[in-house]
Ligand binder design. Structure first.
Ligand code: ATP
Ligand code: MG
Length: 783
């Protein structure tokens, strides 16, 4: 027995041991990142089973994500053995609730739910809200579905019924939302379905009202563990309380509730998480033991210091001590890229170097983190070109995202209407009442008559069996396609994308759905790629654009084996691309955080809202503290935004980090950074350097070239040096066909004169793709 105990406690420090061996009664562990909170939960469970003889099925562990649950399960399999680990219950709140509700389905019958109830995803939820609006004769355009949905979700998370919501409504929209809420619930039940919020609410309601049911679960789960407690919302907290302590009227439960969390890492207040949970826990479990953990085992001191400097600016927080025995470690590396594309290129290059120099053992040790999913596009593109395997966590790869594929299908059709696959894909996207049956008929007919689907569509009027309504819908769609095809001649590529998004109704639909903001930003990101082709004739632009996408997106499919599905995460040694939100709880030896610009991190929405800004700060804190050995902070000086180049400001979080935490090398970015810091802490804008833009790959290793000097013939030049150094006219025009000695044939997309040099952007054939070249160095021939 004592040997077992020794073994389990060996890898723990004093306070951690105390936490593990305090098995009875409530326990609150508040501690910073990397201090072993999750490890304590895992070891505590193993200790309960192996040293205290607790039966595994008495154990419940709640994690924040399914991935975290899987990891904890795997670790426990090693610590207590496979069979025992499988008898424990480890899962997210939603998974646990779904399980409880299915087991108790008989009691849900009065609500109209059966055991086989369906859990709706966000899209389905939006569809139901729309239907509810229609049923109530409310105008979809006047009441944004996303807003209504958010209001309803908020009410549910505050545990309000439609009636209570209506009573508390302060604004007209809230009153409307309460009416929609009521109808929406009816529709949910009519469809034998629940949404995510319902899972929590219904379980809470069940446990609160059916005391025998609650008692059974209290009997079953006698040792309760909650990781990431700071991000619990109200219903989640109530579930814990009911299970561990019963209700006020009917106390019960074992009281063995162990919650661990870090208020500085609370990043889900938009989903109803609140710091008040900690206070509620202290109130509801007044005898709780509180344990603080102060030693960080994950990161080196420089990383911790930087992270703490950022989060310390938040007003409402308890200062925590955090130290590491891992030493100062490396300094942070700051890099300022020329633009968003160069940002991705820098990260890819740096990863190749890390691997080549053996500074990481394998790609799995590296993660790249960003604020919003759309930011993965620029990274993915460079990774694919550099042949760096990667996986995107928590979302599909950019070119596999539905809305991106849909838009591309439209564009392919504009180029080649006989592309049957693309046509099938979008014929009813967004919904234009061309159901699978009509489509099937049309396809069969097309095959019989040996037409393309498009031809069949155009001649659908002659179809022998289709009904009037179907024919009308098909005719309308045929007209829409014709109209869009005609606009290729009159619009530039980015505007063509806009037109497709608007005329098809796809854009408006996305903007109205709850998931829409994210999806819509992916379309805007695609548009950003299209902007590179804005200066050449549109049908050629369309061709080049799609070719480039095929190159980038196609490799994706090859790499993942099957369209839209990732290989099992552990199957491949790949770099991790992940949002800051999804990175919670994880750790990586090397972390890149990109997009440290004002408006990105912190997010633009938060800048005028102090509370949201504090949340952004916590988000940055979570990101920084994922890094074990090396942390890269990266940003871009300019980004394109609706076709305009926007100069960005460095994130205010960078200014919170003392300059001496940054390395003075490697990388010119950090050198510049420290020197400008010394000059009073303000950043300069560096309009005149392009070294970091593809320098290594394009110029073959010339990391710091001398700037070209101003030409001697400046006789007619006005006094401004800027103007005098500019050659009279660019040598190349968009659309020119060119030949490069290394990259082969290509087409010029853009030509710019900047500080005396001509820069051209060329799309080369095949794997080389798009490159930006300086004519001072690149040998380029016109064909
Ligand atoms: P976060 O707040 O980010 O979720 P955490 O507090 O849950 O962090 P863990 O992930 O449990 O921290 O631990 C961080 C790292 O430190 C892990 O790799 C863990 O194995 C290691 N670690 C924790 N405690 C010890 C210890 N006593 N000895 C050695 N390594 C430890
Ligand atoms: Mg953790």
């Amino acid at each position: 027995h004592t040997d077992l105990e020794q073994e389990l406690l060996a890898g723990l420090n004093g306070p951690q041991r105390e936490a593990v061996t305090t098995t009875e009664g409530p326990l609150l562990i508040l501690a910073g990142p990397g201090s072993g909170k999750t490890r304590v939960i895992t070891h505590r469970i193993a200790y309960l089973v192996r040293c205290r003889g607790v039966r595994p099925w008495h154990i419940l562990a709640v994690t924040f994500t399914n991935k975290a649950a899987r990891e904890m399960q795997e670790r426990l399999e090693k610590l207590v053995g496979l069979n025992e680990a499988r008898e424990m219950y480890i899962g997210t709140f939603h998974a646990i609730c779904a399980r409880v509700l299915r087991a108790e389905a008989d009691l849900l019958a009065p609500l109209g739910l059966t055991r086989s109830f369906v859990i709706l995803d966000t899209d389905d939820q939006a569809a139901l809200i729309k239907q509810a609006l229609r049923d109530l004769d409310l105008d979809e355009k006047q009441y944004r579905v996303s807003l209504i949905h958010a209001l309803i979700s908020r009410a549910k998370n505050a545990m309000l019924s439609p009636y209570q919501m209506a009573e508390q409504a302060r604004r007209y929209t809230e009153e409307v939302a309460a009416r929609v809420y009521r109808r929406y619930q009816q529709l949910l039940r009519a469809n034998n379905s629940v949404d995510f919020d319902d899972l929590l609410m219904l379980t809470e309601q069940l446990w609160r009202t059916e005391s025998e049911v609650l008692e059974r679960y209290q009997q079953r789960w006698q040792y309760i563990h909650v990781d990431e407690f700071q991000d619990c919302n109200v219903p989640q907290y109530k579930l814990i309380r009911l299970l561990g302590r019963g209700s006020y009227e009917r106390p019960g439960g074992s009281g063995n509730v162990c919650v661990v969390g870090d208020d500085d890492q609370m990043i889900y207040s938009w989903r109803g998480a609140s710091a008040e949970n900690v206070q509620a826990f202290e109130r509801d479990f007044p005898e709780a033991r509180i344990i603080l953990l102060e030693q960080n085992y994950r990161s080196t001191q420089h990383i911790l210091d930087a992270a703490q400097c950022v989060v310390r600016r938040n007003t409402a927080r308890k200062e925590k001590r955090l130290w590491t025995a891992l030493g100062q470690g490396e300094k942070l590396i700051y890099h300022e890229a020329y633009n968003d594309e160069a940002e991705g290129l820098y990260v890819a290059d740096e990863i190749l170097k890390l691997l080549a120099r053996g500074e990481v053992a394998h790609r799995g040790e590296i993660a790249v983190m960003y604020r919003t999913n759309a930011q993965s596009r620029a990274l993915e593109e460079q990774f694919l070109r550099a042949n760096i395997p990667y996986k995107v966590i928590g979302s599909r790869k950019f070119y596999e995202r539905k809305e991106v594929k849909d838009m591309l299908a439209y564009l392919r059709l504009l180029l080649n209407p006989h592309d049957d696959l693309s046509l099938q894909r979008i014929i009813n996207v967004p919904n234009r009442k061309i159901g699978p049956k009509s489509l099937g008929e049309l396809q069969r007919w097309a095959r019989e008559e040996q037409h393309s689907l498009y031809d069949a569509l155009q001649r659908s009027e002659e179809h022998p069996t289709l009904g009037r309504a179907a024919k009308n819908a098909l005719q309308q769609f045929a007209q829409l396609l014709e109209e869009l095809r005609a606009s290729v001649a009159e619009l530039r590529l980015p505007e063509l994308l806009d037109r497709v998004a608007e005329r098809t109704g796809y854009g408006p639909e996305l903007r109205a759905s709850p998931e829409g903001e994210e999806r819509w930003s992916n379309i805007l990101e695609l548009r950003r790629v299209a902007e590179d082709y804005a200066e050449i004739e549109t049908s050629l632009a369309l061709e080049l654009f799609l070719e480039n996408v095929a190159l980038v997106g196609g490799a994706d499919v090859a790499q993942t084996g099957e369209e839209g599905t990732l290989l099992h995460e552990e199957d491949q040694d790949a770099v991790t691309l992940i949002t800051l939100h999804a990175a919670k709880g994880l750790e990586f030896p090397v972390v890149f955080i990109v997009g440290l610009d004002e408006g990105i991190l912190p997010h633009g929405r938060s800048i005028d809202a102090p509370e949201q800004l504090e949340e952004e700060r916590r988000l940055a804190y979570v990101g920084f503290t994922r890094a074990m050995r090396r942390l890269y902070l990266v940003r871009a000086r300019r980004r394109s935004y609706f076709g305009d180049v926007v100069y960005t400001e460095p994130s205010r979080f960078l200014a919170d980090i003392p300059p001496d935490l940054f390395a003075s090398s490697p990388g010119s970015g950090s050198l510049r950074q420290s020197s400008t810091w010394e000059r009073g802490g303000r950043y300069e804008s560096y309009d005149h350097d392009h070294e970091d833009y593809g320098s290594r790959r394009v110029y073959g290793g010339a990391a710091s070239r001398p700037r070209r000097s101003v030409p001697a013939d400046t006789t007619f030049a006005p006094s401004s040096a800027d103007v005098s150094s500019t050659p009279a006219a660019p040598r190349f025009q968009p659309g020119d066909r060119v030949l490069h000695h290394l990259f082969g044939q290509g087409i010029v997309l853009k030509s710019e004169l900047e500080s005396g040099s001509e820069f051209v952007e060329v799309q080369f054939q095949g794997k080389h793709g798009k490159k930006r070249l300086s004519l001072d160095y690149a040998r380029l021939e016109r064909l």
